[in-house]
Design a protein around this ligand. Structure first.
Ligand code: NI
Length: 228
């Protein structure tokens, strides 16, 4: 299931990000491609060990913590500090699957990639091409979102970024290890939580069935979550 999260960053925040990213020094993306992606990657990345990447990544992590739909959908256990990439005309990232395990920079922690995230930082009218194409059980889905919006998708999916034919595509991307490893269990919990939120708005938090369903949600979470 692909999950779109609108307005993770506001228009003002996106504008700030773009200023920093415009003035930053970009590197060839190949320098950070793992063995799985080396043959298909053609883009630019920021050095994440330096400013402005560090501050911008922290800003995104704070924004995510204040985005209930992200917490509900991902049930995050560990989040890889967001990275930044840029695609100019004719640049592309061919079909690949992200590495299963990643070392979190500056720590001894390993992260299992359960979910991949792309946070768009350029508006769709700024560039042509550059769609994120994700293979799902319902066929290939293409994603191109407004600046500030984010997509979450299972890291098990084959995906690519189609070639840019005009303009520049800028985005942040990162991975999440979820407290609920099983994708079906995680999606059931997300759907249940969505319904509980809607019922709570309609009936109030003290309605007997709302209390009952909330309890059910937490008892399922207790069974399925394995926080590290
Ligand atoms: Ni990827």
């Amino acid at each position: 299931m692909l999950i779109t999260l609108p307005k993770v960053l506001s228009i003002a925040e996106v504008r700030q990000f773009r200023e920093h990213l415009h003035n930053a020094e970009w590197q060839d993306g190949l320098s950070t491609a793992g063995s799985l992606a080396r043959h298909v990657k053609n883009n630019q990345q920021l050095d994440d060990s330096q400013e402005p990447a560090i501050s911008l990544a922290n800003h995104i992590l704070k924004a995510l913590a204040c985005t209930p739909a992200f917490v509900s959908a991902a049930l995050p256990d560990r989040i890889y500090p967001p990275k930044f990439n840029r695609y100019r005309e004719s640049e592309t990232y061919g079909a690949h699957i992200d590495a299963a395990l990643m070392q979190i920079p500056g720590s001894h922690l390993t992260l299992r990639t359960d979910l991949s995230a792309s946070l768009f930082l350029a508006d769709p009218d700024e560039y042509d091409g550059g769609e994120l194409c994700i293979n799902t059980q319902h066929g290939t889905q293409t994603v191109k979102l407004a600046a500030g919006d984010m997509v979450l998708y299972p890291s098990t999916s084959l995906h690519s970024v189609s070639p840019i034919t005009r303009g520049v595509r800028v985005a942040a991307f990162f991975w999440i290890q979820s407290m609920v490893k099983d994708i079906q269990q995680r999606e059931l919990l997300f759907e249940l939580d969505n319904s509980i939120q809607k019922l709570t708005a309609e009936l109030g938090p003290n309605h007997l069935e709302v209390v009952h369903l909330s309890g059910l949600y937490h008892n399922l979470l207790r069974q399925w979550a394995t926080p590290s």
